[in-house]
Design a protein around this ligand. Structure first.
Ligand code: CO
Length: 476
């Protein structure tokens, strides 16, 4: 028998497919991370409707349509009620589950909210049509997921526990972000009863062979379905996905061609084509995918002016060098320009990993990435920790949760000097210190809020949320 005719398992190559792995699940992220990464989250719901109708027939595992940046941009810039998007899209997504990205106790905002807000938010999100919740915490402190996970489960929806992917050096290993670190976090989530697990590589720094090792290890020790989310930013995304799939990954996120690549996710079409006829065949209809892609392509001119970064290069090789995500660099440039110190950019880039290490190695994801970046700038311009932001004091105090490694006690004392909550950090679950806040918020906003969703919008975004509600009801 020729090699061509033999089943792939019998080929005399190192067989890349674990015997237990079935078809690869694909979650489409075009309508959330796609336009968030490429077009500053500005896509309008009305533009999503034709695509949603067509995407529903493709056979995706889920369609992610909602998250923190979506909620923020919709009410702040688009004048659209964030709660309407899942409700409207749900009319067209009859077969495919709707997914959202939830920042644990931070919900879709930037601080910790009290448990009553978390419970109400999850209930309303379920009511609006969310079926799959991918829940993460910026510090991987899963006490910050407890309330949300319990409420999602009580609503009978899918809880996907998430680990933010971070590195100590160029590759997996070193003294913090090791294979053991990720296995320990994954076991914690498994013990919390999540339905599936996601590794979220928001900066696109996971390299292909690290993905292979990590997935093999996690699949060996856990029974949970395992998903991976990465970005094409560094140029490694598609390679990383392929190695993870070969290692037995159950599901991954992609965007359709016109919303893929650059700082967005790898594209669906080449992955679907590459896996055709293999044991990991996605079963998705490539011809249909290409038709939807062509449809989406027509929207491109409408959003082209938001395309960031406005550069020719498709990859951000800076991410390979210093691992600072592209979005963080552009914020730094703005910040330094305002301070007339743009010539110090290189020093700041070198300072970021140092500051991050001193602050307990937090993963660089919203809102922690901004806190670290601001501090690195102040360290360079004014001397080490001579000036510190209030948010940094909150972080060191424990208000965001536990950092992966402890902050040096001397440095902690210096940062918490004259801090309003005191110099002794809290050790409990941050939300245990928060009083219920919905009733008071409802009273403050009064008649301007006409539904529980309105009260939530205002609670999450007191300033821009109130402005939005004024606009909404003036028109209505
Ligand atoms: Co992402």
């Amino acid at each position: 028998m020729s090699l061509q005719d033999r089943p792939i398992e019998e080929l005399p190559l190192s067989t890349p497919y674990p015997k237990t792995a079935g078809p690869l699940r694909i979650q489409d992220n075009t309508l959330r991370d796609g336009h968030q990464s490429l077009f500053a989250t500005r896509m309008r719901t009305s533009d999503m409707i034709p695509a949603a109708e067509q995407l529903d027939g493709v056979g995706f595992w889920a369609l992610e349509i909602w998250g923190g940046a979506t909620f923020d941009a919709m009410h702040r810039f688009l004048g659209e009620d964030p709660w309407e998007r899942p409700r409207i899209l749900k009319r067209y997504l009859k077969k495919t589950p709707c997914a959202m990205l939830l920042r644990g106790q931070n919900l879709v905002g930037y601080r910790h909210y009290a448990d009553d807000v978390v419970n109400a938010f999850v209930d309303k999100a379920c009511e609006a049509g969310i079926d799959v919740f991918r829940v993460f915490d910026a510090l991987n402190d899963f006490r910050n997921l407890e309330t949300a996970l319990a409420r999602i489960r009580a609503n009978g929806k899918h809880c996907q526990g998430t680990i933010c992917y971070s590195l100590t050096g160029r590759r997996l290993g070193g003294d913090v972000f090791t294979l053991d670190y990720y296995l320990a976090r994954a076991r914690e989530l498994e013990a919390m009863g999540v339905d599936s697990l996601c590794i979220k590589d928001m900066a696109g720094i996971m390299s292909p062979y690290d993905a292979r090792d990590l997935i093999i290890l996690l699949k060996r020790h856990l029974r949970l379905p395992l998903h991976l989310h990465t970005h094409e930013t560094s140029g490694m995304g598609t390679m990383t996905y392929l190695k993870a799939v070969e290692a037995g990954l159950d599901g991954l996120d992609t965007c359709l061609g016109p919303f893929a690549g650059r700082t967005s996710m790898p594209a669906a079409e080449p992955l679907v084509a590459a896996l055709q006829g293999t044991p990991r065949d996605t079963g998705l209809d490539l011809a249909r995918l290409i038709r939807v892609s062509l449809e989406l392509e027509k929207l491109f001119p409408r959003y082209q002016s938001y395309l960031v970064p406005r550069r020719l290069s498709l990859i951000d090789s800076g991410v390979l060098a210093h691992q600072i995500p592209g979005g963080m660099i552009s914020n730094l440039v703005d910040q330094l320009r305002d301070m007339r110190a743009l010539d110090r950019l290189n020093e700041v880039c070198e300072e970021i990993p140092v500051t991050r290490r001193e602050l307990g190695n937090p993963p660089l994801v919203t809102p922690i990435s901004q806190i670290v970046a601001v501090q690195a700038v102040m360290n360079v311009l004014f001397g080490k920790y001579r000036m510190v932001s209030n948010q940094l004091k909150d972080l060191v105090y424990g208000l965001y949760g536990r950092t992966p490694t402890p902050v040096d006690p001397e440095l902690r004392k210096k940062i918490l000097k004259r801090y309003k909550r005191g110099a002794i950090p809290m050790t409990g679950r941050p939300a245990d210190d928060l009083e219920p806040e919905l009733a008071a918020a409802a009273e403050r906003i009064g008649n301007l809020a006409r539904s529980e969703e309105d009260v939530l919008t205002y609670t999450l975004y007191p300033v821009t949320g109130e402005q939005f509600l004024r606009e909404k009801y003036k028109a209505g």
